[in-house]
Design a protein around this ligand. Structure first.
Ligand code: 5GP
Ligand code: ZN
Length: 307
């Protein structure tokens, strides 16, 4: 199943067949219950990624919610306000909450009693790690590496198997000197094709830009491409012609360093980079490539995933 680079394989299973066999609808597009067979693949991916982890990496697992102030300070509202989900709860005290419930019970609107809380849904796994590192003081000479993960949310409802509103992300994050940050990103970019091939997935690396908001956003996106800050591992999920970004390789330059005051011993602002594994997209790509019945996958792929 290992194909020549740049020749992407057509999926063996359609997105519809994968959704039908492995996902449980919940009534909301892009939000699914997942079957045991699917989760076994997700667990296999986690173990495989553990093995690829730098021994220096510190493991941190984050909940699916993040401090709203942290995400505001990170600049997320400037870049992706359209994707952010905010946690709201009924407010105004017992009387106001009781009135909202009464409105609901008589068929009226209750959601106008909601107030924004101090939480948002995590839009990516790495945001909370920068302030965490900054609180510890200067970044050591060799930099810091973290292994982070969380359930992530992005408000982009879709019926496409590869565009979920709620999905899992694992990331390796580097914080340190500028050249070391680009090296970290480039090393992972170079390794990713072999990682995919070890799972019998055909892939290619493309330059990419984030879906920045608004008219100015297109400019920021072009800048990101011109400066070669973001790349993605493209793997067929729905088709070989329109492959799906299953991993991303990002350099943020000094953005998080400036935001959180991440500095080295000599006072220089640290640069950061991250490599993100889109766990649900990788799992979907595996079912697309090898079929909906994981018992019948190639032996080498089953072995790699401990199936
Ligand atoms: P990024 O922060 O680069 O946009 O996302 C990192 C990775 O998360 C992507 O490469 C992709 O694998 C995964 N991801 C992003 N958006 C979605 C989505 O809508 N659905 C799923 N399943 N994964 C996503
Ligand atoms: Zn990241």
């Amino acid at each position: 199943m290992n194909l020549a680079p740049n020749r992407l394989g057509q999926p063996a299973a359609s997105a519809e067949a994968i959704l039908e066999a492995l996902f449980h609808p919940t009534g909301v597009d892009g939000v699914y219950g997942r079957s045991g067979a699917y989760e076994a693949v997700v667990e296999g991916l986690a173990t495989l990624i553990n093995r690829a982890r730098d021994p220096r990496a510190e493991i941190v697992r984050f909940p699916p919610v993040v401090s709203r102030a942290l995400i505001e300070k990170s600049g997320y509202l400037k870049s992706f306000p359209h994707l952010l989900g905010c946690v709201c709860a009924l407010g105004g005290g017992d009387a106001a909450i009781g009135a909202a419930v009464e409105r609901f019970e008589t068929g009226g609107p209750w959601t106008d009693g909601l107030e924004a809380s101090d939480l948002v849904l995590a839009p990516a796994a790495c945001y909370p790690v920068y302030p965490l590192a900054a609180r510890r003081g200067p970044i050591p000479r060799d930099g810091l590496i973290f292994d982070v993960a969380s359930d992530c949310f992005r408000r982009e409802p879709s019926r496409d198997l590869d565009r979920l509103q709620s999905f899992r992300m694992r990331e390796f994050v580097f914080i340190g000197a500028p050249e070391a940050a680009t090296d970290f990103r480039d090393t992972w970019k170079a390794r990713a094709g072999d990682f995919a091939a070890s799972l019998g997935l055909s892939s290619r690396i493309d330059p990419a830009s984030d879906p920045f908001f608004g008219r100015g956003g297109a400019m920021v996106g072009r800048f990101q491409v011109e400066q070669a800050l973001k790349f993605e591992l493209m793997v067929p999920v729905r088709s070989a012609e329109t492959p799906t970004a299953c991993m991303s390789f990002n350099c943020h330059r000094d953005h998080f360093g400036q935001t959180w005051g991440l500095t080295s011993d000599d006072g220089a602002t640290a640069h950061t980079a991250c490599v993100a594994f889109g766990i649900d997209r990788l799992a979907a790509a595996l079912f697309a490539a090898h079929g909906v019945d994981s018992d019948r996958w190639p032996t080498s792929v089953r072995a790699a995933l401990n199936l």
